[in-house]
Design a protein around this ligand. Sequence first.
Ligand code: PEP
Ligand code: MN
Length: 315
Amino acid sequence: MIKNLKLAASRPDLRRSVVDVNGIKVGQEFVVIAGPCSVETEMQTIKTAIAVKKAGAKMLRGGAFKPRTSPYAFQGLGLKGLKILDKAKKETGLPIVTEVVDTRDVSWVGEYADVLQIGARNMQNFSLLREVGKSGKPIFLKRGMYSTLEEWLNCAEYILAEGNPNVILCERGIRTFETYTRNTLDLSMIPAVHTESHLPVFVDPSHGTGILSMIEPMSLAACIAGADGLEIEVHTDPASALSDKEQQMPIPLFEVLMEKLRRTLAFMEELNAQAQAFAPEGKVQGPETLGEAPNHEDLTTKSTHPGKTFTDAVD
Ligand code: PEP
Ligand code: MN
């Protein structure tokens, strides 16, 4: 049990929060956010948006402000990038998830973004957290690369304390002694967050591993572990990408992953339904395991954790 949390802590009745993003019920349905690491061109972004939507993604990601290790690396297109994202939204209807890195940018970036992303490097930027809290917009709060669960949830608390209940967490890997992968993707945080907090938790297997061949297995594992969704980098031509070219998924691989996710979710739902029959005394104990439907706010259809489904896969 994590102490000192007031608003981010799990509720006595274990009710989980649902964050509404333009009608998409995050925390209730399984949501995939996909798109390029960086917005590079209009053509690249719109082509990607159309393709990921067709494959079943519910929101478009794309960085217009890139926090890069080197000041000489591509920093993103800024306002021009946001305008491109806006065109992609008009074209596809996909809500936009994009990072904000500076307190001074929150209000105007918020005019283009449906969800403001706080990147790992800014997780503990408390003035930025307060500012996005004041914005009232849905916030996608990534785990800092050196952060404990307690620190991460306290950062969510900063946003919630400003009166903004719309916080989505995202595990994106942490620094450990292992250097084979870009980060060590800590999937144990999914059930940990669900135990300690009512907030939805996503997984970013792209930054979490940095290795293309690992995106699919880690995505499926996250889904089985009960993640509320995924954020995945997808590029029309990864080899030419201006950032993170090693980890961006080409569209055909993303399409296969989405189909496997659909089947995994269906399998989990079936398994959860069957668990009632094979558990001792016909009932599985505890809402965090496989048993009763969680008491989601706004939950209309009976679904068990982690047996979420894509509501409407492909338009
Ligand atoms: C990103 O998602 O664009 C990103 C930079 O990720 P992170 O902050 O997790 O490194
Ligand atoms: Mn990236």
